[in-house]
Design a protein around this ligand. Structure first.
Ligand code: HEC
Ligand code: HEC
Ligand code: HEC
Ligand code: HEC
Ligand code: HEC
Length: 456
């Protein structure tokens, strides 16, 4: 009896381990690579130096070593794996997209980075392990993807222990370091979709940048992700190669000033002229997504915020009256679309963490973002624990009208004022950055419109 009691659980545990092992093997489709199958990015820098320079300040180079990823992965994801059997392997997904050579080598919990970095730092040193993030030799030894459209790091690599042929789309390249191979996968959005579309363990699309793109006009116009995010730049693909028309920037800017400024526009719909104290002023503002090939914001939408701040400013530009967006009582989700500093946002699952302030912004502004909800119905920043997403983002080229109303205060000195509408972007709320112990992200102005108002 006693031995049976021990043996049966042992068999059960062994079966579970074997089964979960098979799932991992299946996922990696017998790819079974080793770290050293992929070259150190610095090996490429001698000949492809400008690409290397750009890559090493890109988020791709910081996919694993980034301060935010490091904090979230080690402090929030790993402690949450026991919450529910559905999320027992959630960390492997993180590694699959954020450090593909670690994933392909089966290194699912690499050692924590001692000095995490971020966009503002260069990372141009030797990198041979998980710290390479999404790097040259991984992307340029890709073969194909399992799904159409691809998602959840379903890439198939053909890297071997040798120096592999590097694949891309140049016509007749020749290189002394490696063979080259033409592949059409580099010209289309699928190579991005494999990581930029993410289905979480609860069957929720927590990233769907390529899906959003596929519904936009840009697919029909033949403008893939690369046209906007890997633009032509001066120089040559390789030091000793030819001068070519085709030479692409490997920075992949996204949620940074260079891309965010002008991504959408704000436009007052009326002119005002003279107004009287005590008068009620009704007006509307159009917000239009102008330059994004997907929703705005996109990607890590659980923390990216875009918000519209409307105010009456004096001649010196100082805000004298904040004009909040009116609540919409008929929409139960309205509270998610108006900035709030209530302590209702959970860094992890609501049963595993204490709530922090949600937005850390002036309250009452219209906010364009996605609210991620956990199994307890609470707002969470943990995308892997999300069971429902509530949407309020701008679709590509969408025009949204926001209606406002305010009463000119009686105590306002007479004179010239400006009604000001500013659309802002931030990569993550300050309260969340503070909680994680990472540098606060700057506010970037997307667009601004002003109207003169004379108060009598
Ligand atoms: C996220 C995947 C990815 C990473 C990482 C990456 N590349 Fe590329 N690379 C591409 C794609 C996609 C193209 C094709 C771009 C196009 O045709 O619009 C390309 C094109 C190239 C080309 C051909 C010339 C050109 O500009 O089209 C060279 C050479 C190249 N990459 C080298 C590198 C080097 C060196 C690194 C690392 C410093 C690197 N790549 C990192 C995806 C990647
Ligand atoms: C000794 C110099 C040298 C080194 C080192 C080198 N390359 Fe190249 N590479 C070249 C040259 C030259 C070309 C051809 C350029 C041309 O024809 O315009 C080339 C072409 C390429 C292409 C285009 C292939 C195609 O079919 O379009 C890719 C991708 C590429 N290299 C990736 C890499 C990666 C990744 C590394 C580092 C692991 C690397 N290279 C290291 C010199 C080098
Ligand atoms: C192997 C997975 C993988 C592939 C392939 C990939 N990406 Fe990424 N990409 C990522 C990850 C992970 C990040 C975020 C890294 C971080 O900040 O921790 C990222 C970040 C970015 C960003 C920066 C977003 C921001 O503001 O922080 C852009 C833009 C981007 N990718 C575009 C592309 C494009 C375009 C392609 C296709 C040519 C592509 N990516 C291919 C995984 C991938
Ligand atoms: C028509 C140009 C265009 C196309 C096409 C396009 N993008 Fe973008 N993308 C932008 C602009 C502009 C931004 C900056 C505004 C923003 O954050 O959405 C951006 C931002 C991003 C970001 C950062 C979002 C954030 O806030 O963190 C990612 C990631 C990204 N794009 C990936 C992609 C991928 C993947 C594709 C293809 C499926 C793609 N983009 C197609 C223009 C484009
Ligand atoms: C299917 C691929 C995929 C999976 C799985 C995935 N990510 Fe990402 N992750 C991305 C991409 C792509 C981006 C870039 C989106 C953007 O910048 O808007 C990103 C962005 C991030 C960022 C934002 C980085 C920054 O600087 O703002 C963090 C943090 C992050 N992921 C953590 C994780 C963690 C933790 C997990 C596992 C629970 C995970 N990711 C799973 C693809 C993935």
């Amino acid at each position: 009896m006693k031995t049976q009691k021990i043996i049966f659980p042992l068999i059960a545990i062994t079966v579970v381990i074997i089964l979960s092992g098979m799932v991992i093997l299946n996922n990696r489709e017998n790819q079974n690579k080793q770290y050293y199958y992929f070259e150190d990015p610095i090996e490429c820098s001698g000949c492809h130096w400008d690409r290397f320079e750009r890559w090493s300040v890109s988020q791709h180079s910081k996919g694993f070593t980034g301060d935010f990823f490091q904090a979230q992965f080690y402090d929030l994801v790993l402690p949450s794996l026991g919450l529910d059997e559905k999320v027992a392997d959630a960390h492997e997904g993180c590694i699959g997209c954020h450090s593909p050579s670690a994933f392909l080598s089966g290194d699912m919990i690499p050692p924590r980075t001692v000095e995490p970095d971020n966009h503002w730092n260069r990372a141009d040193y030797t990198k041979t392990m998980a710290d390479r993030g999404i790097f040259c030799d991984f992307c340029h030894t890709l073969d194909r993807f399992e799904h159409e459209p691809p998602f959840n790091h379903d890439y198939i690599s053909h890297a071997t222990a040798e120096v592999d042929p590097k694949r891309a789309d140049l016509a007749f390249p020749w290189s002394p370091h490696h063979e080259t191979q033409m592949s059409e996968i580099y010209e289309a959005e699928q190579i991005c979709a494999t990581c930029h579309n993410e289905l979480n363990p609860y069957g929720v699309w927590v990233k769907a940048t390529e899906h959003e793109y596929a519904e936009s006009v840009y697919l029909d116009r033949g403008i893939p992700c690369q046209s906007c995010h890997m633009q032509p730049m001066q120089g040559k693909p390789a030091k000793m190669g030819l001068i070519r028309d085709h030479n692409t920037d490997h920075w992949w800017g996204g949620g940074f000033a260079e891309f965010v400024e002008g991504a959408a526009g704000v436009y007052f719909q009326e002119d005002f002229g003279m107004v009287e104290k005590g008068e009620q002023i009704d007006f509307s503002i159009m917000v239009k997504a102008l330059a994004t090939g997907h929703n705005f914001p996109t990607g890590s939408v659980e923390e990216r915020d875009v918000w519209l701040h409307v105010s009456l400013n004096n001649a010196g530009g100082e805000e004298v009256l904040h004009i909040p967006v009116p609540a919409n009582p008929s929409d139960p989700d309205d509270k998610y679309f108006i900035t709030s500093n209530a302590k209702i946002a959970y860094p992890s699952h609501s049963t595993l963490s204490e709530p922090i302030e949600r937005d850390g912004l002036p309250e009452g502004d219209r906010i364009y973002h996605s609210a991620f909800i956990d199994s307890e119905g609470e707002f969470t920043f943990a995308q892997w624990l999300t069971v429902r997403v509530i949407e309020n983002r701008l679709k590509p080229l969408e025009e949204r009208i926001e209606n406002y109303s305010f009463t000119v205060p009686h105590n306002l000195p007479e004179g010239e004022y400006t009604l000001t509408a500013v659309l802002n972007y931030r990569r993550m709320p300050d309260p969340f950055a503070d909680y994680l112990g990472v540098e606060r992200r700057p506010v970037i102005e997307v667009s601004r419109d002003v109207r003169k108002v004379k108060v009598e």
